[in-house]
Design a protein around this ligand. Structure first.
Ligand code: B16
Ligand code: MG
Length: 218
């Protein structure tokens, strides 16, 4: 048995911040008269802030100067942060803490691998930062998912080979990134969206300690 690396995405896996990203982007989209639905929001999951804005502008066929784009990026993040002010442990998705606790009890290395630049304050506010041996987020990478950079750096920090890494992801881009890195990809969400993942679970309450133990023993 070699040293494993258990790598968790943040938004949509540990906390449901996708709804806050959506509300914040929707405000910008409304100002620009762009129709931005929940379905469109799926395209932004796991995608960087800068790329998310470009996708929204493409949806509305809007051309913009870099100056305007920078202004909207700041505006979006300020709005997003306002939703995080009252965040606490109650926002952690069901079943996540028992899995983190089981991994810790079994001395398994844990990392965060997120595209978000707001990852650290979220882990602090929800009181789970102590579970993580390494945190790799949007501030540490230059290539966004599906580029595997974020997960490769995370595995390296945990002294593990990519082949011994297990990634929990809710986004298509994130699952693809894990697959490209030759890691075990575990999709959290709907089968129809995440069919490229090696394993798919609706949420963490569906993941048994037996399954985690099998991953540890692999
Ligand atoms: P921020 P993840 C991603 O986080 C989100 O899924 C994505 O919707 C968001 O645009 C991105 O973080 C950047 O977030 O604006 O906070 O830097 O899913 O990779 O944890
Ligand atoms: Mg995500």
């Amino acid at each position: 048995m070699r040293t494993k690396a258990f790598i968790f995405d943040l938004d949509g896996v540990i906390v449901d911040t996708a709804k806050y990203h959506y509300l914040a982007w929707q405000k910008i989209a409304q100002e620009l008269n762009i129709d931005f639905t929940l379905e469109h929001n799926e395209l932004l999951k796991g995608v960087s802030r800068v790329r998310s804005l470009d996708i929204i502008l493409e949806l509305g066929n809007v051309q913009a100067s870099q100056e305007d784009k920078n202004k909207w990026l700041v505006q979006k993040n300020d709005e997003y942060l306002s939703y995080l002010v009252d965040m606490d442990q109650s926002e952690i998705l069901p079943g996540v803490i028992p899995v983190l606790e089981f991994l810790k009890q079994n001395n398994q290395p844990i990392a965060l691998g997120s595209a978000s630049k707001n990852a650290r304050p979220i882990l602090e506010k929800t009181g789970i930062i102590h579970f993580f041996d390494a945190i790799v987020d949007g501030n540490d990478v230059s290539n966004a998912k599906p580029d595997p950079e974020v997960f490769l750096i995370a595995a390296k920090h945990l002294n593990s080979n990519p082949a011994d890494a297990i990634v929990f992801e809710d986004s298509v881009a994130g699952v693809q990134a894990a697959n490209i890195a030759k890691m075990i990809s575990i999709g959290i969400g709907e089968e129809k969206t995440l069919h490229e993942a090696q394993y798919i679970f609706e949420d963490f309450t569906q993941i048994t300690t037996r399954f985690i133990q099998e991953l540890i023993n692999k």
